[in-house]
Design a binder for this molecule. Structure first.
Ligand code: NDP
Ligand code: 2IT
Length: 425
C-alpha cells in the first residue's frame, strides 16, 4: 500500500509535513474485551472481543465483525486499515473499522451462538452507535448473528437505530444487502472486461468459498451468462464440470445457511461433481488449477499464493475479481500485475457489500426503504464509479491498467484531504 502511495506523497509534500501516512496507519482507537459465555453443557468459555476504530475523517467508523478461530489483533488491524480506503472508494460518507472475536460459530448450537452474541454485545454496545461506529457481518457473522447482536444492543441502549447493517428485512434491513458483495464483485469484473470489449457471457469461472459472498457471486454470474464451476469450504472443494445452475445454487444456499453443512455433501447429491478434500501437504490450492476464464476468490485471506497465481495464468484465467479481503498474497498479486491481466483488488472489487451497508444506513436515517431495483441500480452505479476512479487514478500516476495502485491512490487521496482539512487530530 505504502509503495503505491510513494508517487502521491512525492507530489504532495504537505502530506509528508502533516505526517498523514504515520497518522493514517495508527488506528484512532482499539477496544479489546473479555467475552465469557456458557455452552449447552454448562461449561464456561472465554473468548476475546475486538473493535478497531481505524479512521473517521470522512464519516463514522464502518466495517464488519468476523467470528473465526484465526481472529487476532494483527489481522483485524490490517482489515480495518483496508476498510478505510475501501469505504472511501464507495463515494459514501463512511470511515473505517473492523472487529470480531476468536469465537468459532462452526458446530455451535443456535442457543450457544445467541449467548455468545449477547455477551459480546453487552460490552461492545457502549462503544458503538449510529453516528459513531456501525458494525456488520463478515466471516462467521451472517443474518443469524446480526439478529442476536441487534437484540441486546436495542435492549441495553433502549433505542432502535441503524447501528448494525445486514439486518432482517422486517426490522430495518435493506433489500440487496445479502447479495451486495457477490453482485458487486461480478459487476466490477464486467466493468474491467468492458475495457477490453468483452463480457461475462459464456465465461467459465472458478469461485472459492460457499458463504455469503460466494453464493451471490454465483447468482450474478448466472444472470450475466457466466458459468461457475467450483465452490469450497475449509475442508475441501467441489468441481462441477456441468457448472452450478440455479437449482444447484438453491441447494448450496440451503446446505450452508439452513443446515449449516459441508460442501462435500454437494458431490453426494450431484453426479457431475467431484469433491477433493484439503491436503495440507500441498503447497498450492487445486481449486485454482482448472481451465477457466475468470476467478472470484470469495473465501478468505491468502488463498491464492504465487504458485496458485501461476496455475491460474497457465489455465487461461485473465480476470480476477477479489470478493474476499486480501485473498491473494502480495507475491501472487505481483504475478498477475506482471502479466497485465484484469486484476480487481478486494478494496475495490468487494466494496459493494459495505456500499449497500451505507445505503441501509441512509434508509434507516430516513425511516424509509427503497425497492430492490432502486438499491441494485445504486449498487451498479457505485461499482461503475469505483471502477472509473481506479482507472483514472492509475492513469494519473503513470500505471495505466493497474487497479491495485488505482484503488490505493483514489481511496487514500479522499481520506488524506479530509484529514488535512480537519487539522491535527
Ligand atoms: P462466510 O462466513 O459466509 O463464508 C466464508 C466461506 O469461506 C466459507 O465457505 C468458509 O468455509 C470459507 N473459509 C473461511 N475461512 C477459511 C479458511 N481459513 N480456509 C478455507 N476456507 C475458509 O463469509 P463471507 O462470505 O461473508 O466472507 C467471505 C470473504 O469475503 C471474507 O474474506 C470476507 O472478509 C469478505 N467480504 C465479505 C463481505 C460481506 O459483506 N459479507 C464484504 C466484503 C468482503 P468454512 O465454513 O469451512 O469456514
Ligand atoms: O469487508 C467488508 O467490507 C465487510 N465485511 C462488510 C462491511 C460492512 O460494514 O458492510
Amino acid at each position: 500500500m505504502v509503495e503505491s502511495l510513494e508517487p502521491v506523497i512525492e507530489k504532495h509534500p504537505e502530506y509528508r509535513k502533516a505526517k498523514i501516512l504515520e497518522r493514517i496507519i495508527e488506528p484512532e482507537r482499539i477496544i479489546l474485551f473479555r467475552v465469557p459465555w456458557m455452552d449447552d453443557q454448562g461449561n464456561v468459555h472465554v473468548n476475546r472481543g475486538f473493535r478497531i476504530e481505524a479512521n473517521s475523517a470522512i464519516g463514522p467508523h464502518k466495517g464488519g465483525l468476523r467470528f473465526h478461530a484465526s481472529v487476532n489483533l494483527g489481522i483485524l488491524k490490517f482489515l480495518a486499515f483496508e476498510q478505510v480506503f475501501k469505504n472511501a472508494l464507495t463515494t459514501l460518507p463512511m470511515g473505517g473499522g473492523k472487529g470480531g472475536s476468536d469465537f468459532d460459530p462452526k458446530g455451535k448450537s443456535d442457543n450457544e451462538v445467541m449467548r455468545f452474541c449477547q455477551s459480546f454485545m453487552s460490552e461492545l454496545f457502549r462503544h458503538i452507535g449510529p453516528n459513531t461506529d456501525i458494525t456488520a457481518g463478515d466471516i462467521g457473522v451472517g443474518g443469524r448473528e446480526i439478529g442476536f447482536l441487534f437484540g441486546p444492543y436495542r435492549r441495553l441502549r433502549d433505542e432502535f437505530t441503524g447501528v448494525l447493517t445486514g439486518k432482517g428485512l422486517n426490522w430495518g434491513g435493506s433489500l440487496i444487502r445479502p447479495e451486495a458483495t457477490g453482485y458487486g464483485a461480478v459487476y466490477f469484473a464486467s466493468e474491467m472486461l468492458a475495457t477490453r470489449n468483452e463480457t461475462l457471457e459464456g465465461k467459465t469461472c472458478l469461485v472459492s468459498g460457499s458463504g455469503n459472498v460466494a453464493q451471490y457471486t454465483i447468482e450474478k454470474l448466472l444472470d450475466l451468462g457466466g458459468k461457475a464451476m467450483t465452490i469450497s469450504d475449509s475442508s475441501g472443494y467441489i468441481y462441477d464440470e456441468e457448472g452450478i445452475d440455479r437449482k444447484k445454487l438453491a441447494y448450496i444456499i440451503e446446505l450452508k445457511n439452513v443446515r449449516r453443512g459441508r460442501v462435500k455433501e454437494y458431490a453426494d447429491k450431484f453426479n457431475s461433481a467431484v469433491y477433493t478434500a484439503v491436503d495440507p501437504k500441498l503447497d498450492y490450492n487445486p481449486l485454482w488449477n482448472h481451465k477457466a476464464d475468470c476467478a472470484f476468490p470469495s473465501a478468505t485471506l491468502n488463498e491464492i499464493n504465487t504458485k496458485d497465481a501461476q496455475n491460474l495464468l497457465k489455465n487461461g484465467v485473465h480476470v480476477v475479481s477479489e470478493g474476499a479481503n486480501m485473498p491473494t498474497t502480495p507475491n501472487g498479486v505481483q504475478v498477475f500485475l506482471d502479466k497485465g491481466i484484469l486484476f480487481g483488488p478486494g478494496k475495490a472489487a468487494n466494496a459493494g457489500g459495505v456500499a449497500v451497508s451505507g445505503l441501509e444506513m441512509a434508509q434507516n436515517s430516513m425511516r424509509y426503504s427503497w425497492t430492490r431495483e432502486e438499491v441494485d441500480d445504486r449498487l451498479r452505479l457505485i461499482m461503475k464509479s469505483i471502477h472509473s476512479a481506479c482507472v483514472e487514478a492509475a492513469e494519473r500516476f503513470n500505471t495505466p491498467g493497474n487497479y491495485v495502485n488505482g484503488a490505493n491512490i483514489a481511496g487514500f487521496l479522499k481520506v488524506a484531504d479530509a484529514m488535512m482539512d480537519q487539522g491535527l487530530v
